[in-house]
Design a protein around this ligand. Structure first.
Ligand code: GRF
Length: 221
């Protein structure tokens, strides 16, 4: 199986990017990050990419109905084609993706979100979950559709919400993100993901890790 070329979009610190790079370099996934793109010049994720010899670009985006946004959308496709990208990975990319991108990469764009979609979409998944008072939170990798945080779900990890969690919930969710994103990419590389309507079928799927349910708070009877 030939290596999958990945184009990764980032806006922030890039710990998911790092997890993907490490999985590629460690041979755990049959893929290579060939280009990294950020809407923020100071995004630490760009430095992570450059420290691994990966070409990294800052592409300013502007408001979603502006000429700058349309230009960025064209530039994104241009850069991805230039670097022979097969699969686009949105990894903490906090901007809308443009129509040219969806036309150029149909069913070839993944996103990670720090909540159990469809619950708590948007930019504050863990905080919204904790505030709502759910007992189980988590994260999701899904195929990206034009509407934010929608699209067929590939893999989710559930994380119990602990009393007085505060910021540690987001940190515990992020730890699981770093496991499920490389896994989703490897399944994509193996051609084992099939979209049927809004569902994803994984060929020869293993039983869930942790067979039994997560029950939070713990049972006492
Ligand atoms: C992650 O929690 C991701 O799910 C969300 O933004 C955060 C980015 O973290 N969309 P990082 O930049 O990968 O560290």
């Amino acid at each position: 199986m030939s290596q999958l070329n990945l184009g990764v979009f980032v806006s922030g610190g890039g710990t998911n990017l790092q997890a993907i790079i490490d999985a590629c370099e460690g041979g755990r996934i049959e893929a290579t990050v060939t280009v990294v793109i950020s809407d923020r010049e100071k995004s630490y994720a760009l430095e992570r990419a450059r420290s691994h010899g990966i070409l990294a670009y800052h592409v300013p985006v502007g408001k979603s109905d502006s000429p700058e946004f349309a230009a960025a959308d064209r530039r994104h496709v241009e850069l991805l084609r230039e670097h022979n990208v097969d699969l686009v990975c949105l990894a903490g990319y906090m901007r809308l993706i443009g129509p040219n991108m969806f036309a150029a990469y149909p069913e070839a764009m993944l996103n990670i979100h720090p909540a159990l979609l469809p619950s708590f979409p948007g930019t504050h998944g863990p905080e919204d979950a904790a505030e709502y008072g759910v007992k189980v939170a988590g994260c999701t990798v899904h195929f990206a559709w034009p509407e934010f945080d929608t699209g067929p779900i590939i893999i989710q990890a559930a994380v119990p919400v602990l009393p007085d969690d505060g910021d540690s919930l987001a940190a515990r969710i992020l730890k699981q993100e770093h496991k499920i994103y490389p896994q989703a990419i490897q399944w994509y590389a193996e051609g084992r993901l099939h979209i049927e309507g809004r569902c994803v079928i994984l060929e020869d799927a293993r039983p869930p890790t942790i067979m039994e349910a997560i029950i939070s708070p713990g049972l006492e009877i």
